[in-house]
Design a protein around this ligand. Structure first.
Ligand SMILES: *Cc1c(COP(=O)(O)O)cnc(C)c1O
Length: 490
């Protein structure tokens, strides 16, 4: 069956008077509703909706849902984003009506179980990160960064140290780092990377003074390299009176291997929608919990879930030094539940295998392809690595072409043109959840694409050939999106 036909079905098959449902009519209901609502809110005209039968509507949405790519439909090696498989038990836990139907304003005594789960996740993340305390309130990684930087500002302000207006960020950092710093009212100072992709500690030392509030680092950094100098960096940062921030969006390779708190980091965030297998994409909902070392707990935002001495749980809405609210209520609770389900179902032993397996998978793929793809920073890597396009660039085949051709093989494209350190960045992160068969199939596809680049480059450049939509006008789609149904026949 031609899928493309179904993509346009709703538009093409809308017929005056065609219906797919029957709303039971209740005597007097329409008038009762009309009287209950303010006149200004009532429609003057019926809404313009497609008029279709039920099978048409069901087929339309079912086919649409398979036109997109998801981690449930195929391998998704998107570097820097950790698109690991999200176990279905997480979904079952989050959907449980026992929890899903709670109201955030319910009296604390009636939601003790829910608060306990929340508190347990705070404790689990503190243990995993090596931190004293975590807030689960932030909605995303970037939101966590902003929260963490606000905590750092509050810490300096609490010491009457108001001159610290800058934050140091490496040139390889994720774009949200400088953005969050700017939103937090801090000026960004960039620190150079060395040829091996790690932070140039001499350049960093030269930039540390009493105007620096914090240094933000990602470890392993955005090129997938482990920063070996963290203890020395932490010492220099602390000697200058600044705090060390850990961007733990990609904590995955560290699970079971090392803890940011033990390395000397003061504040960190974690992306639950990357490392802890909660859904990711489409703009959320996500969660970016923030952890702090001992001594900074009081600056975390409110509200906080606490355990009282008698073993009951409560919500502290107005701790003295807290930042105040950075989210509605306690954050994205159903996302938090998924993460806790993941942690508890793996257990301490399972969690400890995540980092090593993710690292093994990344090195396996890297080594199997580095004869054909340029590897500017030789491994071993951690959970991800960056190719700088094909080794042989004479055919004019770029990273964009490789990425589009991969879609024909049923694989999502890796991250492309990021990090900005290389012209043809192709950033691959397989994660620990893929079988060796899947990794081998991906390697085969990548090798075949390199072969096509040599033998039939012009055809390769026209890819993808087999996706439901091949060559959308990306600019037009961004500038003039059509997001609602319009009756084009009349
Ligand atoms: C994804 C990511 C972020 C931002 O997380 P969001 O949830 O997308 O805001 C920050 N830093 C790094 C290293 C990341 O990979």
């Amino acid at each position: 069956m031609n899928r493309t036909l179904y993509n346009h079905l709703i538009r093409d098959y809308s017929r005056e008077g065609r219906r797919g449902f029957n709303v039971p009519r209740r005597e007097g209901m329409e008038n009762a509703v009309k009287q209950a609502l303010p006149q200004t809110l009532l429609r003057k005209q019926a809404p313009e909706l497609p008029q279709v039968d039920e099978p048409t509507a069901v087929r339309h949405y079912t086919n649409m849902s398979t036109n997109n790519f998801g981690v449930d439909t195929g391998f998704y090696p998107l570097g820097s984003c950790t698109m690991k498989y999200n176990p279905k038990i997480n979904e079952a836990m989050a959907a449980s009506p026992v929890i899903a139907r709670l109201h955030p304003a319910q009296p604390f005594a009636s939601v003790q179980g829910a608060l306990r789960l929340y508190w347990e996740l705070q404790r689990a993340l503190s243990e995993i990160g090596g931190m004293a305390e975590f807030t689960l309130n932030p909605y995303a990684g970037a939101h966590g960064e902003l929260t963490g930087l606000m905590v750092i500002r509050a810490y300096h302000a609490g010491r009457d140290d108001f001159g610290r207006t800058k934050v140091i960020v490496p040139d390889s950092a994720h774009g949200t780092n400088p953005a969050s710093a700017a939103v937090a009212g801090l000026e960004v100072v960039e620190v150079r990377s060395r040829a091996d992709g790690t932070v140039d500690i001499d350049d960093l030392r030269g930039k540390l003074d009493d105007s620096i509030a914090a240094v933000m680092l990602t470890n392993p950094n955005t090129t997938g390299m482990f920063e070996r100098d963290i203890p020395a960096i932490a010492e220099a940062v602390h000697a200058a009176g600044a705090l060390l921030y850990y961007d733990g969006a990609n904590l995955n390779p560290m699970l079971g291997v090392a803890r940011p708190g033990d390395m000397g980091f003061d504040v960190m965030h974690i992306n639950l929608h990357k490392t802890f297998s909660t859904p990711h994409g489409g703009g959320g909902p996500g969660a970016g919990p923030v952890g702090v070392r001992a001594g900074l707990e009081d600056y975390l935002p409110a509200p906080r879930v606490v355990r009282h001495n008698d073993g009951t749980f409560g919500v502290d809405c107005n701790p003295d030094d807290a930042l105040g609210r950075i989210s509605q209520w306690l954050g994205n609770y159903t996302v938090l539940r998924r993460a806790l389900a993941y942690i508890l179902s793996l257990g301490a032993d399972g969690i400890a295998q995540v980092g090593p397996l993710a690292t093994l998978a990344a090195n396996y793929v890297m080594n199997a392809l580095s004869d054909l793809y340029a590897l500017p920073i030789p491994g071993p890597c951690k959970h991800e690595f960056v190719f700088d396009g094909l080794r042989d660039k004479s055919s004019g085949v770029t990273t964009l072409h490789v990425a589009k051709r991969l879609l024909d093989f049923g694989f999502h494209a890796p991250t492309i043109y990021f990090p900005l350190l290389f012209h043809e960045s192709l950033m691959i992160e397989p994660t620990e959840t893929e079988s060796r068969d899947t990794l081998d199939a991906f390697i085969d596809a990548m090798r075949r694409i390199a072969d096509e680049a040599a033998t039939q480059p012009e055809q390769l450049k026209m890819a993808p050939h087999h996706t439901p939509m091949a060559h959308p006008d990306e600019t037009e789609a961004a500038m003039h999106p059509i997001l609602t149904w319009k009756d084009l026949t009349s």
